[in-house]
Design a protein around this ligand. Structure first.
Ligand code: WAQ
Ligand code: MG
Length: 245
């Protein structure tokens, strides 16, 4: 099996601004199709046309781990304020402090990162070594039959089912770790206003109207228990190949 990754960016006054990325695990004869798909995605992104697209194609040598998919549910909210209340209520009850949630929200609102911030679920401290980039979850794929089942379930709930599949795949890998208490995610696409919170206890809770239409804020935060081996956590998230079943 092969790991395929794409990231695209645009140079703005000497600063490389991330536009989009994609990840997958494929066999050799699928690679060409997905290279084309990822290229199309890079050049058709609503944020704009990139001036740099990087593809990484790597043969996977480690054993691939299976991780169970999180159960999916949608909570309909009418405004970002209502969404925040729903998030707060759910996330506090599984052991994330208000301070930590506030910190995550602040990072998501104010920084454009390529990856996720890692936040101490109690103190609210940021723990990722590279605070500009964050941690990028990679080497993930959803099992084909599971994908078909999820697509059937969400077809009337979203106009971008592929986005849900990818987010659910990522969230299932992240939530599989005992060190992780929860995740919160807001898409950085101005036209995509459904976000989610996820954990083994809550499952994958889609939250509509997590931000206002047209806003380009977005990001991800992983809330973790401390003390923990942060290098080991990051290695698993970035490097260990996982199929979500
Ligand atoms: N690993 C870690 N963080 C990432 C990754 C990754 N592989 N990809 C993106 N991020 C971070 C980064 O900070 C982005 O700005 C942010 O997440 C949002 O990324 O159920 O589309 O790709 O309807 O815009 C969730 C809701 C959609 C789906 C999430 O995220 C649903 C989404 P985006
Ligand atoms: Mg995006």
């Amino acid at each position: 099996m092969w790991s395929l990754r794409m990231r695209s960016s645009i140079n703005e006054n000497g600063i490389e601004r991330h536009i989009s990325g994609a990840e997958g695990i494929y066999n050799l004869n699928e690679l060409e199709i997905f290279l084309k798909k990822f290229l199309k995605r890079a050049i058709e992104h609503p944020i704009g046309m990139p001036d740099k697209i990087v593809f990484t194609v790597e043969k996977i040598k480690e054993p691939i781990q299976n991780v169970k998919v999180l159960p999916l549910k949608t909570i309909f909210c009418n405004s970002p304020e209502e969404a925040y209340e729903v998030i707060k209520e759910n996330i506090l009850k599984i052991g994330v402090s208000e301070k930590a949630l506030y910190k995550a929200w602040e990072v998501i609102r104010n920084y454009k990162m390529r990856g996720a911030t890692i936040i101490d679920s109690l103190s609210g401290d940021r723990l990722e070594p590279d605070k500009e980039r964050g941690v990028r979850v990679s080497r993930i794929q959803m099992d084909k039959n599971r994908k078909i089942q999820i697509l059937r379930k969400i077809k009337n709930l979203t106009n971008q089912p592929q986005r849900v599949i990818e987010a659910l795949t990522l969230a299932s890998k992240v939530a599989s770790l005992d060190d992780v208490v929860a995740e919160i995610c807001v898409s950085d696409n101005p036209d995509y206003t459904t976000g989610y919170i996820a954990s083994r206890k809550l499952g994958y809770l889609r939250i509509t109207n997590i931000k206002k239409e047209g806003e380009s804020i977005g990001g991800r935060a992983f809330f973790v228990k401390t003390p923990l081996n942060i290098e080991k956590l990051i290695y698993f998230l970035e490097k260990t190949p996982v199929i979500v079943i």
